[in-house]
Ligand binder design. Structure first.
Ligand SMILES: *Cc1c(COP(=O)(O)O)cnc(C)c1O
Length: 345
């Protein structure tokens, strides 16, 4: 079988949730962000495992994503939608029992007209300028909105992965100014905000990346391992060329393994000649270009030809791979291809 295997360690995921939950006081509820198909790992499996670990509330980006989560966790636990209530969402919000986090007066009006009595939350902009009502806008509608009984008020931090950034305190101040004294549960912290400490926790935290083993939660357990089968090995002589464009010329006699994954699986072509794969504890450099379905790996240092090589695992996490090409672990995770066999441990 040439299909690569993406192993997803659900007990490591659960341990990461518990570890983040332990960072806030007992009275703070630790929810879970499972948008983008559970950061690429399978929203249903991830949400089910997290519910078992103790998560009592979930967040997705768009209403459609709530369906798989609802099917996985049953009817009772709340699922919130960061994107709010968009035109055409009413049916799915109602049928899947989703709570839109309304971002504007326009969304508020739409929601109250289309789904009167259906629970909603409010998203405020505390400075990131991405989603949510701005302070002045909120000031003019807060009284009317609060009379309708929102179930949650939230905002989002722009720089929480940088604990010393002054933006964190600025946003905290802005969020407090907009919400202090309001008798509605509040949420400000994603993974980075959980790590910033109790001032940022309010009533509910909503970590994502840390659950899946990514920075800034550096103490996270490894959740994903990507094992790629070797299709063929060959010996090449010094001076021979390898792969598309002859971009790599063997500097010495070497042994190569050709393995079954490529840029069609989310292994970005920018990694050409720059990544390392692992045979257990032994590093093996990727040589030449990343092709659509194949990679060529220098396995000269191995005593025996391996059956598989790992691109992700304990020796190289999503952030290590991201660093090589100047991106972030989030993008590596959510780019993991659909062709992998996903195996849940
Ligand atoms: C994605 C997201 C989160 C989770 O963020 P992480 O950095 O992955 O923990 C929380 N809140 C909002 C609004 C988000 O968009």
């Amino acid at each position: 079988m040439a299909q690569a295997t993406l192993q997803i360690d659900l007990s490591a995921l659960q341990a990461n949730w518990r570890a983040l939950d332990a960072r806030s006081a007992a009275g703070v509820q630790t929810a879970a962000t499972v948008k983008a198909n559970g950061y690429g790992l399978g929203a249903g499996h991830v949400a089910h495992a997290l519910a078992h670990a103790g998560a009592r509330r979930f967040f997705v980006a768009i209403a459609e994503e709530g369906l798989a989560v609802r099917a996985a966790i049953g009817p009772d636990l709340p699922i919130h939608v960061y994107g709010g209530h968009m035109d055409g969402d009413a049916r799915i919000l109602r049928e899947a029992g989703l709570v839109p986090m309304l971002n504007s007066v326009e969304q508020l009006t739409r929601h109250l007209e289309a789904l009167p009595g259906h629970p909603f939350g409010i998203q405020l902009d505390s400075g990131m300028n991405r989603l949510g009502m701005e302070p002045a806008e909120w000031g003019s509608v807060a009284e009317i909105v609060l009379a309708q009984g929102p179930v949650l008020i939230m905002s989002h931090l722009a720089c929480s992965d940088a604990p010393d950034h002054p933006m964190n305190a600025q946003q905290l101040h802005s969020f407090r100014q907009m919400t202090d004294g309001v008798q509605v549960p509040r949420s400000l912290a994603a993974t980075g905000g959980v790590l910033l400490g109790p001032d940022y926790h309010f009533d509910i935290t909503r970590p994502g990346i840390g659950l899946y083993g990514g920075a800034p939660f550096t103490e996270a357990q490894t959740v994903v391992r990507l094992q790629i089968p070797v299709i063929q090995t060959r010996d090449v002589a010094a001076g021979e060329s390898i792969g598309y464009g002859n971009s790599y010329i063997a500097p010495r006699d070497m042994r190569l393994a050709t393995i079954a994954a490529g840029y069609a699986d989310g292994i970005q072509r920018a990694l050409s000649g720059r990544a390392t794969l692992w045979a257990d504890d032994r590093p093996c450099p990727l040589v030449g270009r990343v092709s659509m379905d194949l990679l060529t790996i220098d396995v000269t240092s191995l005593p025996d030809a391996p059956e598989t090589l790992d691109l992700l695992g304990p020796h190289q996490g999503v952030d290590d791979l991201a660093d090589i090409i100047g991106t972030i672990g989030y993008e590596i995770l959510t780019g993991l291809g659909q062709r992998y066999a996903r195996q849940y441990l």
